[in-house]
Design a protein around this ligand. Structure first.
Ligand code: ZN
Length: 158
């Protein structure tokens, strides 16, 4: 965390580095307005100098993320399970099967990122996620600041 020291996070200037003992950090619910099916997350790091943020997500079978656009690119590592991105392989997208890596380009639009099996993935977002409605109107813009504010609120450190 750039802003505040939390338990299980070492301090920090991002220029110095950061270490997070992931299994010692409690899962928090990812907002239900932006996802379905009980997705949980842990915010691992924010990098204000790049507008980047990194998290790990626990996605139960049948869960999904609501429609969004990646304003900047993102890289993920699916550690467990299966993730259907951009409609999955049957609709011209990708179906990631763990262990797998993926790169989502700047402006990638994901109408429904879906998890047909219990899954977990790590992802770094270079820039905000723009959650949109069907017509493309912004519902919620999740920048590193929003992600950090939510995390600090959920973990009682805000
Ligand atoms: Zn996405």
């Amino acid at each position: 965390m750039a802003a505040k020291q939390l338990d299980n996070y070492t301090s920090h200037s991002p220029l110095v580095g950061e270490y997070v003992q992931i299994d010692a950090v409690k899962w928090q619910p990812f907002p239900g307005a932006l996802s379905e099916g009980g997705i949980r997350w842990k915010l691992l790091h924010v990098a204000p100098e790049m507008g980047a943020w990194t998290g790990i997500f626990d996605c139960p079978k049948g869960s999904s993320f609501a429609r969004h656009v990646h304003i900047g690119p993102g890289e993920y590592y699916l550690t467990r399970g299966k993730m259907e991105v951009r409609g999955g392989i049957n609709q011209g997208g990708a179906t990631a099967i763990a262990p797998s890596y993926g790169y989502e380009a700047c402006n990638a639009r994901h109408d429904r990122t879906y998890f047909p099996e219990p899954s977990e993935f790590y992802m770094t977002f270079l820039g905000p996620l723009n959650f949109i409605d069907e017509s493309g109107t912004t519902r919620a813009l999740v920048t590193w600041q929003e992600a950090q504010a939510l995390w600090l609120q959920q973990t009682g450190a805000g």
